[in-house]
Write a protein that binds this ligand. Structure first.
Ligand code: BES
Ligand code: MN
Ligand code: ZN
Length: 474
């Protein structure tokens, strides 16, 4: 897709608010009233319109316009343009009270780009979609219009990179290849990437990660990515991503029918943090961030860890394994402890496709959150809102912590079915060293969709790349 700024070429697209639809010149088009009323997401493209070539774009009620609605509208517009083969348009974004013009431009470009994502590498008969050109200008003069467009482009490249990783199948994407991709893509942008193989993981003492990964022929990798670009600031943000490149459940095997086949998506957290690192480095943000991914496969073999085992972790805390399918929290225990104790990050966010319970609670629409620091969470919540990525905070107190206690070890790896997202989150809390501010994001529902939702496709979403970028871009 091409964008040019302050250029008028191609077919005119006129954004129209529902409450103003019949005030201006549209009054003349009375016969079209039933076909277009300015409601959100309406695109009237039955050209020519009253003798003039013009596309009408419904923005809904003026006072209700927010970034995410703009994303939806532009997504829809591009879909219509593609199917109508109307390949060059120009549009002037209106000035509104509810959103700054800059954010409006960002959202329009993001929405339009969302419409171009495809993961069709395994289709023999794939064909290129026609390329749409959008000439963009704004009612309110924006000095940095082109720069805002370029930033939105970079943001979407980060999101798409993350989606490609998560959509890729486990046959091709496993710990070693994930580490190679992260190394190659991020080193090129000046990120320092360290990869530890199985033997080096042993030396580091990553006993949790190794226990989970033991049953697979594809051995674990521990990936540390450092982007330190603000020497004046001592704060370093840690990002930890669950990197289970395939989750069969292990001996507590998953039902095969409708859940195991998508478990290549169980490195969704890793996909998000690697995508975020790529974006942050591409944009050369003045910030310090270290990302950590413990990558492994949860498989069945003679050497696999077993229900009933008691294993140790990097922190020295012991874990009673009651269910080998609750593997993510064990790998995260090591990664989070490594980030907070060994790398001494100042605060940490972990992202993980951690519990089916999160899907039961919040569907595929909201990420579930658990935190030990309300102020930090509020910051994240604001960043997520701007990104159009929905997050919902779970209650978390000692009643839930109690459920993770084990009679034989320090903790057990499942707190039971009830409140499963919360107990899983609070399990990880045990491995946050130095009591640094921590947020756990359970993206089991939001990282990989069973069907398309608004401008998001079926499959991988790249969720929270945008949230984290907003948070780090201060
Ligand atoms: N990777 C799964 C969670 C998951 C479910 C991710 C659906 C994406 C979509 C995780 O490792 C898991 O199996 N969790 C168990 C935990 C339980 C055994 C305590 C679950 O949610 O069933
Ligand atoms: Mn599992
Ligand atoms: Zn898992």
């Amino acid at each position: 897709m091409k964008f040019f700024t302050n250029k008028q070429a191609g077919v005119k697209v006129t954004p129209i608010f529902e409450n103003e639809a019949y005030e201006s010149k549209l009054l003349e088009y009375t016969k079209e009233r039933e076909l277009f009323s300015g409601k959100l997401n309406e695109v009237y493209a039955n050209l020519p319109f009253n003798g003039e070539k013009e596309i009408l774009l419904g923005l809904g009620k003026k006072e209700e316009l927010v970034e995410d609605k703009v994303r939806e509208v532009f997504f829809k517009l591009v879909k219509v343009l593609e199917s109508n083969k109307e390949l060059e348009v120009f549009v002037t974004l209106p000035k509104v009270e509810s959103v700054s013009t800059e954010k409006l431009v960002n959202a329009a470009v993001e929405g339009a780009l969302h419409a171009t994502y495809k993961f069709d590498k395994y289709k023999s008969d794939r064909k290129e979609s026609p390329e749409v050109t959008i000439n963009l200008s704004t009612e309110e003069n924006l000095e940095n219009l082109e720069e805002v467009v370029n930033e939105a482009r970079d943001i979407m490249s980060g999101v798409f990179f993350s989606r490609d990783l998560v959509n890729e199948r486990a046959e091709y994407l496993y710990p070693e290849t994930l580490a190679n991709i992260a190394s190659k893509e991020l080193s090129a942008l000046g990120v320092e990437v360290e990869v530890y193989d199985e033997k080096q993981c042993e030396e580091l003492g990553l006993k949790g990660l190794l226990a989970v990964g033991r049953g697979s022929d594809r051995k674990p990798r521990f990936i540390v990515m450092k982007y330190l670009n603000n020497p004046e600031e001592s704060e370093v943000v840690g990002l930890v991503g669950k990197g289970v490149t395939y989750d069969s459940g292990g001996y507590s095997i998953k039902p095969t029918a409708n859940s195991m086949d998508i478990m290549h998506c169980d490195m969704g957290g890793a996909g998000t943090v690697i995508g975020t690192m790529k974006l942050v480095a591409t944009r050369k943000l003045k910030t310090n961030v270290i990302a950590v991914v413990g990558a492994c496969e949860n498989m069945i073999a003679g050497g696999s860890y077993k229900p009933g085992d008691v294993i140790s972790t990097l922190s020295g805390k012991t874990v009673e394994v009651l269910n080998t399918d609750a593997e993510g929290r064990i790998t995260l225990a090591d990664s989070v402890y490594y980030a907070t104790e060994k790398l001494k990050v100042s605060k940490v966010i972990d992202l993980a496709t951690l519990t089916g319970a999160c899907l039961v609670a919040l569907g595929e629409f909201y990420t579930g959150a658990v935190t030990n620091n309300q102020e930090f969470y509020n910051e994240l919540s604001k960043a997520a809102k701007e990104a159009g990525e929905r997050v919902w905070q779970m209650p978390a107190d000692d009643s839930f912590r109690e459920l993770n206690k084990s009679s034989i070890a320090d903790v057990k790896n499942t707190g039971g079915r009830l409140g499963g997202t919360i107990t899983a989150g609070l399990f990880i809390e045990n491995f946050v060293a130095n009591n640094v501010p921590w947020i756990h994001l359970d993206i089991a529902g939001t990282a990989y969709l069973s069907k398309a939702e608004k401008y998001l496709p079926k499959g991988a979403t790249g969720v929270h790349v945008k949230t984290l970028y907003n948070l780090l871009n201060k």
